[in-house]
Design a protein around this ligand. Sequence first.
Ligand code: RB5
Length: 145
Amino acid sequence: MVTKIIIGCDHAGLNLKKTLINFMESKGIDVDDAGTYTKDSCDYPQIAHEVAQKIAAGEYPKGILVCGTGIGMSIAANKIKGIRAAVVSDTCSAKMSRLHNDANILCLGERIVGEELAKDITEIWLNTDFLGERHARRVNMIEQL
Ligand code: RB5
């Protein structure tokens, strides 16, 4: 289990972000919150950029981004070299995004997944290690694109 993580959201992901912060802190994880902190409308690419850059720079091993669907956050975060952001809305994809893709950002949609499912997804995602080997070759190929 990772012990330190960064999380961010836009206005549409604020409630789920708060739920996940409480959930992860209850598991002993040190969670840094990159905002947003209110329901005022904001632009998700700014938050995605800040979180993705910190992960790409090695300040955090992994991060979570929450918006309405998870899609905008993932598209924005994946623009940053070294980021593998996966939009996940089921537990199988949560596991596979770690095992095969070494995803370093989990993107969730507050308008898509319920709180309990989001907690299950997060727990699985945080606890699953990358398999490496042939999957490492493929991830390295992605880095070269
Ligand atoms: C905001 O309305 C919404 O577009 C955003 O949260 C996200 O779902 C974008 O992908």
